[in-house]
Structures are given as C-alpha cells and as structure tokens.
Design a binder for this molecule. Structure first.
Ligand SMILES: Nc1ncnc2c1ncn2[C@@H]1O[C@H](COP(=O)(O)OP(=O)(O)OP(=O)(O)O)[C@@H](O)[C@H]1O
Ligand SMILES: [Mg+2]
Length: 259
C-alpha cells in the first residue's frame, strides 16, 4: 500500500527528533536516501538510530554491513543503551582473502548470509564457508530476503565500501553504475525506506546513487582550535519541504542530538 502525502504514515521517523523536525516530520516513506559525510562524521550512528527506531515500532529492519563486522557494531552502540541484537544483517564485510588479493580480483568474499546480529555476535569464532559477494549478489540476496520478510527499513553501510571491494575491475565504471542503479531501482520500487551511507568521493563523478536517491543528508565535522563542531544539513529532499539550513548536532551519551 502506498502512503498518500499527508498520511501520518507517510513519514518515517529517523529516531533523531531534531532531524525529523528538519524534515517536516520524518523521511517520506518508501524511498532510498543518501547519508553522506567523511569518516567519523556520524553516518553509521545516524543509520543505526533509524534502525533502532524501527525496532521499537515493531518493524522488520535490515542492515547490510560492509564497513565493520556486525559483532563490533553491536558492541560499539551498547554504551548508548541501544539493543540492536534483533536487527537482521547481511554481512558484506570482505573476508581476509579479499584484503590480500590484488586489483585484478573480480569478487570479494563474505563470511555469512543473512542472520540476526545476536547470532553473529555469539558466533564470531566459528569458521564459515566463504561465499562470493558483489553488488549483484547483494542485490540478489536482498531480493530473496524481501520476498520473505516485509522489511520496512533497510540500511546499506556503506556503499563506499561495497564499491571499493565489490567492483569487478577498477575500469568497469559503467558496469558498476548499472549494478548500483539496478539495486537502487529495486529498493525504490518496494515499500521500504532505505538509508545508504557514502563517503563523498571524486566530485567530478556523478555517482549513480546520487542520481537515483530521493534525498541526501550531509554530515560534516570541522575543528575550530581544539573544539570539534559537527553539523547536519538536508542537502536535497525531493517532494518534501524541509529546513535547508546547516544545524549543529552532538553525539551525546544517548546518541545523535540535533539542535
Ligand atoms: N559508542 C560510542 N560512544 C561515543 N562516541 C561514539 C561511539 N561510537 C562512535 N562514536 C563517535 O561518533 C562519531 C561518529 O561515528 P560513526 O561511526 O557514526 O562515523 P561514520 O561517519 O560512520 O564514520 P566511517 O565513515 O569511518 O564509518 C565518531 O567520531 C566516533 O568517535
Ligand atoms: Mg560508519
């Protein structure tokens, strides 16, 4: 069922009230969005807040984890009092073999299929059969999972890592773009709200995810003397009036706090 504009249900709360206010109530439901920012800017924490909010609403939520091992994600956010153990996870971290390979390698390897973070955290020592992974294989697994479970929220953290490790060859830009477009199109057609984290890359390259995503939230961090200043900005948000200003935010003991 597609939510109509104006439905209370048409907006998806991010789990960060100050950001929801900037968005006029939350993210328009059922679309893919980019969360961009440099390393340490807060992308993963924002995306996990979004998943936690979904869990608290009794929704099925899915994390495609390519930046850090899922067990470490659970551990890292425990200090915020966040229990993400029931988040379903597709572990797209490249295995050790992939790190040792050269640029000519065509595929990366992953250790696990879709499992809950709780299972992975309790089971990190068991050797797993490695499996081929690529943007296409992530796409295929998402299709399989979406067919079985009505996920309402998906996070891909990060597309930058997936591209780095899963691209077929460093010169095959067009093939990579086609694969990303196909994945994003698939997500956009479903009734699922997706956050895709990216680290801004070469400004000369208009990445496929920028074209296809329905909006972008940019996180920045700069140092003024020895003080770190974090800011958040809704760069674009199609079909939704929003606060276009850059707003300060903090990472508090409870997580991200805007304003
Ligand atoms: N458990 C925690 N307690 C306190 N601060 C934390 C915690 N986890 C992360 N942080 C801080 O929050 C900031 C944002 O972290 P986050 O992992 O969300 O960044 P990121 O944008 O995803 O970075 P990267 O691109 O490297 O993955 C970092 O500066 C980090 O030091
Ligand atoms: Mg991160």
């Amino acid at each position: 069922m597609t939510a109509l504009p104006g439905d209370a249900d048409a907006r998806v709360r991010t789990g960060i009230p100050g950001l929801d206010r900037m968005l006029g109530g939350g993210l328009p439901r059922g679309r893919p969005y980019l969360i961009s920012g440099g390393s340490g800017s807060g992308k993963t924490l924002l995306a996990l807040s979004f998943l936690l909010e979904g869990l608290q609403r009794g929704e099925d939520v899915l994390l495609v984890a390519a930046d850090e091992p899922p067990g470490e994600i659970v551990e890292n956010v425990r200090s915020f009092g966040w229990d993400l153990a029931s988040v379903k996870t597709l572990d797209a971290n490249p295995g050790l073999k992939a790190f040792r390979r050269t640029a000519a390698v065509q595929e990366i390897r992953t250790m696990t299929d879709l499992r809950s973070l709780r299972d992975i955290a309790e089971d990190t020592k068991r050797p797993e059969a490695v499996e081929d992974i690529s943007i296409q294989s992530i796409h295929l697994k998402l299709r399989q999972q979406m067919a079985g479970t009505p996920f309402r929220r998906v996070v891909v953290d990060s597309m930058t890592s997936i591209r780095r490790f899963a691209v077929r060859s460093s010169n095959d830009v067009q093939a990579e773009r086609t694969e990303i477009q196909s994945l994003l199109r698939f997500l956009a057609e479903l009734d699922v709200t997706t956050l895709i984290t990216v680290t801004p890359g070469d400004p000369g390259v208009l990445a496929a995810e920028e074209i296809l995503s329905r909006g972008e939230i940019l996180l920045t961090r700069k140092w003024i003397g020895d003080r770190s200043v974090r800011q958040i900005k809704v760069v674009r948000m199609r079909g939704c009036a929003h606060d276009p200003e850059r707003r300060p935010f903090a990472i508090s003991p409870q997580g991200l706090v805007v304003g």
